[in-house]
Design a protein around this ligand. Structure first.
Ligand code: CTP
Ligand code: MG
Length: 199
């Protein structure tokens, strides 16, 4: 059933979604910590390396939220007794510390992807917050998936491979549906005045 695969894809990629939305919330919680990752430096082209929108606060917050989300996902999947492919292998021997590290890796990489994208935006002369479709939507998808594969060995044997590849709808959802969700979530965030721009 494709529906199950779609839900499964959204479920296991939750740490990346939460991490990617995280900086906007962390900015509200700790408004004073605005230190930018690029330290304010500018490139040869006169534009900022990454820009003021890429902060250590956002990176740290996203990493922490990724870890917490993965733990919540694994805990809930076990609690409700869903299939092993939904719980980061918790029921197949993935220790909780490994699941936390796994989630942190996904969150961290999602935001590293976001920052890498900003690097290229600045080189193209796009200012902070300017839209750049589809890269604004896909940055954290590509890097989040890479993190799932790279950090996979900390989890129970073969968990990542099975979860991502046993049902084609899982990867299709993460790659194709996520950009659409991203648009929807950002419009809502703009409506709630959490974001300055609706993208
Ligand atoms: N944010 C942050 N640290 C990060 C990523 C994001 O503090 N590492 C916060 C910033 O306040 C940012 C907001 O989240 O403005 C929205 O993030 P995003 O859309 O990724 O940044 P933009 O401001 O649009 O910057 P860019 O044009 O570089 O994408
Ligand atoms: Mg943006």
């Amino acid at each position: 059933m494709a529906w199950v695969g779609i839900l499964h894809g959204l479920w296991i990629f939750l740490p990346a979604y939460v991490a990617n939305m995280g900086p906007v919330f962390v900015a509200k919680l700790i408004p004073g910590w605005t230190a930018p990752i690029d330290g304010g430096r500018v490139g040869k082209d006169g534009n900022r390396i990454l820009g003021p929108g890429k902060t250590w606060r956002g990176l740290a917050g996203g990493t922490l939220l990724g870890a917490l989300t993965a733990l919540a996902v694994a805990w809930a999947a076990q609690r409700w007794n869903v299939m092993q492919s939904w719980d980061y292998g918790a029921s197949a021997g993935s220790p909780w510390w490994a699941i936390a590290i796994y989630g942190a890796a996904i969150g961290y990489m999602a935001l590293v992807g976001d920052a890498v994208k900003s690097y290229f935006k600045r080189r193209l002369g796009k200012q902070r917050g300017a839209p750049w479709v589809p890269f604004d939507q896909l940055d954290f998808v590509v890097f989040g998936l890479a993190a799932m594969v790279l950090a996979g060995p900390v989890l129970a044997d073969g968990w990542v491979r099975g979860a991502l590849l046993d049902d084609w709808a899982v990867l299709a959802t993460i790659v194709l549906l996520t950009p659409l969700l991203h648009f929807a979530v950002n419009i809502i965030g703009y409506g709630l005045k959490l974001k300055d721009v609706p993208w």
